[in-house]
Design a protein around this ligand. Structure first.
Ligand code: NDP
Length: 245
C-alpha cells in the first residue's frame, strides 16, 4: 500500500474511520471525505501523526456532484492521484413501509446509493485514465436478506451490490477492480441506538456469537483494496459472523 492514495467516504468515524486507519497502517496516504468536516480533519491529522502518511480531511457531501468533483480536484492537487476508493458513507432512517416518510426514503437512497454512483463516476474517471485502481463499496447483509423496518436501507444496499457488479464489468477492461463488503451487525454509533434486548436477539442469530467490530470490516476491505485481491472483481464478501451463508 505504500505510496498509494486512498479516498474513504464517511471516514470521520465508525467503520470508515477504522478502514482509513488500517489502510494508513499499511502505508497508504488517506483522503477522508465526510460531511463532518471538523471530525474529518481531526481524523486525518491523527492518521498522519500516527502512521507518517499524508492525510487530508475534506468536507464533502457525496450526494452532490459538484461537491464530489471539487473533492476529486483537491485530492489530486494534494496527492497526485487516486488508487483506492472506499464508498463507505451511509445512513439509516428506519421505519415500516406503510409508515415511512417520503423524505426518509429519498435521503437514504440519495446517500447510500446515489452517493456510491456519484463517487464511482468522478473517481472512476481518474482511475480509468490511469488504467489502475480498486473500489470497495460498503453494502450490508440486509441488502442480501432484507430486514423488516429497513425498506429504504435494504433497497439502497441491494442497489449497491448491483452497482458493484455493473461497475466491475464496465471498469475491468481498464484494470480497475470493484468489490463490495456486506457487514452484519457491527458496533458503531449507528448500532449504539439498539436496546440491550435487541442486541441480545441479534446475538442469537449470529453463529460466531457476537456483534462485529469496525476492525473486522476494515481488514476485509483492506484485503479487497490491496494487490493480494488482484484476481477478484464484482464480488461481495459478507462480514457478519456467519449470519448470512
Ligand atoms: P456512521 O454513522 O458511524 O458513519 C458514517 C459516516 O458517513 C458519518 O461520519 C456520516 O456523517 C457520514 N456521512 C453521512 N452522510 C454523508 C454524505 N452525504 N456525504 C459524506 N459523508 C456522509 O456509520 P457506520 O460506520 O456504522 O457505517 C458505515 C457504513 O457501513 C455505512 O455505509 C453503513 O450503511 C454500513 N454498515 C454498517 C453496519 C453497522 O452495523 N454499523 C452494518 C452494515 C453496513 P453524519 O454523522 O453527519 O451523517
Amino acid at each position: 500500500m505504500r505510496g498509494k492514495n486512498a479516498v474513504v467516504t464517511g471516514g470521520a468515524r465508525g467503520i470508515g474511520e477504522a478502514i482509513a486507519g488500517v489502510l494508513a497502517k499499511m502505508g497508504a496516504n488517506i483522503a477522508i471525505w465526510d460531511v463532518l468536516s471538523d471530525q474529518a480533519r481531526d481524523a486525518a491529522a491523527a492518521l498522519a501523526g500516527k502512521h507518517g502518511v499524508k492525510a487530508a480531511g475534506l468536507a464533502v457531501d457525496v450526494t452532490r456532484g459538484e461537491s464530489v468533483e471539487a473533492a476529486v480536484e483537491e485530492t489530486l492537487g494534494e496527492m497526485g492521484g487516486i488508487d483506492i476508493l472506499i464508498n463507505n458513507a451511509g445512513i439509516t432512517r428506519d421505519g415500516l413501509i406503510i409508515r415511512m416518510r417520503e423524505e426518509d426514503w429519498d435521503r437514504v437512497l440519495a446517500i447510500n446509493l446515489k452517493g456510491v454512483w456519484q463517487c464511482s463516476k468522478s473517481v472512476g474517471r481518474v482511475m480509468l485514465k490511469a488504467r489502475r485502481g480498486a473500489i470497495v463499496n460498503i453494502a450490508s447483509v440486509v441488502g442480501v436478506m432484507g430486514n423488516a423496518g429497513q425498506a429504504n436501507y435494504s433497497a439502497s444496499k441491494a442497489g449497491v451490490i448491483g452497482l458493484t457488479k455493473t461497475s466491475a464489468k464496465e471498469f475491468a477492461p481498464r484494470g480497475v477492480r470493484v468489490n463490495a463488503v456486506a457487514p452484519g451487525y457491527i458496533r458503531t454509533p449507528m448500532t449504539d441506538k439498539l436496546t440491550d434486548e435487541q442486541r441480545e436477539r441479534l446475538r442469537a442469530l449470529i453463529p460466531l456469537g457476537q456483534l462485529g467490530t469496525p476492525a473486522d470490516v476494515a481488514d476485509a476491505v483492506a484485503f479487497l483494496a490491496s494487490d493480494a485481491a488482484r484476481y477478484i472483481t464484482g464480488q461481495t464478501i459478507n462480514v457478519c459472523g456467519g449470519m448470512v451463508m
